[in-house]
Write a protein that binds this ligand. Sequence first.
Ligand code: KIV
Length: 272
Amino acid sequence: MSIQKQVRRVTAPDIADRKGREPIVSLTSYHAHTAAIADKYCDFLLVGDSLGMVMHGYESTVPVPLELMIMHGKAVVRGSQRALVVVDMPFGTYEESPSVAFRNAARVMKETDCGAVKLEGGRRMAETIDYLVQRGIPVMAHIGLTPQSINTLGGFKTQGRQREQWAAIETDARAVADAGAFSVVLEAMAEPLAAQITGAVPIPTIGIGASAACDGQILVMEDMLGLSPRVPKFVKEFGKVGRAIDRAIKMYADDVRTRSFPAPENTYDVKD
Ligand code: KIV
């Protein structure tokens, strides 16, 4: 038996139980130190494949390799204690077949010690979601705008602009719920559609650019902090961290140039 950890982590079933109750709070997190901060306030942390764009400078999430997700997943699990950690399955690691998806998702779970994985797609992924859940892997689904399909969608666009498209998106939501997903991300859709889906499925909906009608919200942490160079219009910014970093680095550079930094006495002692 292992020694019990002092803090109990939120589990995928805990998130599923929150349907229709207190809104679920979540953010993306890619590193241990931001995970430690967000852990105090979030129900789950998503190691999103958006890290490819936010941290590694890719133009889309398509090039992100599994190894990168595992590396960042480990960091977020190490940095957090309480929040459920969900790791995104990157493009090309789960679409081919349920057994390929299982092999890669099991690797993510074993190597990162995360509590769940997320994958993109509605009806087309239902068989795979069922396969994974039956074999012990909790799955968060992701429908609406699915960024890994950027090359077929033709851009990052709001989904369900025409009312005739709503039924197909709702069918996707029902399909992932029936397949056993414990929650579903709704990305980039208008409030009436998000509200309709939230009312139609028995699992929590987590909106991103999908209004407060969902059971919870997720944002890319760097976007809400004001750190990302390009922020989607729907994002409410709660900080100006990019500006603060710019100011601090400028002051640091001035300090070095004017030799005004402290003398090396006990410099490696940690500040209180
Ligand atoms: O990769 C990501 O950060 C995501 C969120 C935007 C939901 O999938």
